[in-house]
Design a protein around this ligand. Structure first.
Ligand SMILES: Nc1ncnc2c1ncn2[C@@H]1O[C@H](COP(=O)(O)OP(=O)(O)O)[C@@H](O)[C@H]1O
Ligand SMILES: [Mg+2]
Length: 259
C-alpha cells in the first residue's frame, strides 16, 4: 500500500509529517524520499550506529533495477536510527534527469510492497517528475497550512489532478492534512467547507500540530525524546484515517483487476 504526501506549494511540512507519520505507523512501514528536488532523509537520519546512511542506496539504485524489470524493495532499504526502514532519495535535482521514464515502475514497486510505504513527493507541481509515482499511489495526502494562499494553491492543484481522472484507471484517493495550531480547530472544518464549495470532495483527515521544537528535533537527526510531543501525538491520530483512505483505494484497484 502506497501513501504519498505532497504539497501544492511552499514548504508546509511534508517531510516532517511524512517522517513522523512513518515513525508512528503501527505496522510494517517504509519511508521513501521521493522528492525530485532533492530530499533530506539521508541527511536527517543516521544509521543506528551513528554513521550516516549511504545516500547512493535508495531511489537511485531502485530506479536502476526498476528499469531492468524484476524488483524488490528490500535491497534498497536502509535501517535508520530508531528502527525505521528508509529509501534515501536523490541528493540534487540533476540526478532525477537520469531516472527518466522509470517513475511509474518505481510507483508500482512501492505500491506492491507487503507493508505500508509512506512516500514524500515534495512539491507536486505540473512539471514534477514524480507525478507518475504519485498517480500510482493508493492515497495522495496534501499537507497544507490553513492560510488563504495555502487553500488557493491546494484548490488549484486538486482541480489539475482531476484532469488525470479519465475513468480508465483508479486514481489515488485524495486527502488533506493541515499543519495547524490546536487553537485553530475550526480551520479544518473551514478548509473542508471551502473545498466542498469549490466542488472538491476531498476529506480533511486531521491536523498535525504546530510544534517547532519537535519539528526541529526531527530535523536534527535525533528523533528521540519527542514521543509525547504534540507533533507525535497528532501524527498518531492521522494513522487511522490515512490507512482507511489508502485501503479503500487498494481494494478498489484489486477489484478492477479481479484480484
Ligand atoms: N508540525 C510542524 N510544526 C512546526 N514546524 C514544522 C512542522 N512541520 C514542519 N515544520 C517546519 O517547517 C519547515 C519546513 O518543514 P519540512 O518538513 O522540511 O517541509 P517541506 O518538506 O514541506 O518542505 C521546517 O523548518 C520545519 O521544522
Ligand atoms: Mg521536504
Amino acid at each position: 500500500m502506497l501513501v504519498t504526501l505532497a504539497s501544492a506549494k511552499g514548504s508546509p511540512g511534508v517531510t516532517t509529517t511524512a517522517r513522523v507519520l512513518a515513525s508512528v505507523w503501527p505496522q510494517d512501514v517504509v519511508l521513501v524520499d521521493a522528492d525530485p528536488a532533492g530530499g533530506d532523509l539521508s541527511l536527517w537520519s543516521p544509521a543506528p550506529d551513528g554513521s550516516p546512511l549511504d545516500p547512493d542506496t535508495g531511489l537511485l539504485t531502485l530506479a536502476v533495477e526498476a528499469r531492468r524489470g524484476t524488483v524488490t524493495l528490500e535491497p534498497h532499504l536502509q535501517r535508520a536510527d530508531g528502527g525505521l526502514d528508509v529509501v534515501c532519495g536523490v541528493q540534487h535535482p540533476g540526478q532525477v534527469a537520469g531516472m527518466g521514464p522509470v517513475w511509474p515502475a518505481i510507483g508500482s514497486v512501492l505500491r506492491g510492497y507487503a507493508g505500508t510505504v509512506v512516500a514524500d513527493a515534495g512539491r507536486l507541481t505540473p512539471d514534477s517528475p514524480a507525478l507518475p509515482l504519485v498517480l500510482e499511489s493508493d492515497a495522495l495526502v496534501f499537507v497544507v497550512r490553513p492560510t488563504i494562499e495555502g487553500y488557493a494553491h491546494l484548490r488549484e492543484r486538486l482541480r489539475w489532478l482531476a484532469t488525470f481522472d479519465s475513468g480508465m484507471r483508479p486514481m489515488p484517493a485524495l486527502g488533506v492534512v493541515a499543519v495547524t495550531d490546536a487553537r485553530e480547530a475550526g480551520a479544518i472544518r473551514d478548509l473542508e467547507l471551502l473545498l466542498g464549495h469549490a466542488g472538491l470532495r476531498v476529506p480533511v483527515l486531521g491536523a498535525v500540530g504546530v510544534d517547532q521544537k519537535a519539528a526541529d528535533v526531527v530535523a536534527a537527526r535525533v528523533a528521540r525524546g519527542i514521543d509525547r510531543s504534540l507533533l507525535v501525538r497528532s501524527a498518531r491520530h492521522l494513522v487511522e484515517p490515512v490507512a482507511q483512505l489508502a485501503q479503500s483505494r487498494a481494494y478498489a484497484r484489486a477489484g478492477v483487476r479481479g484480484e
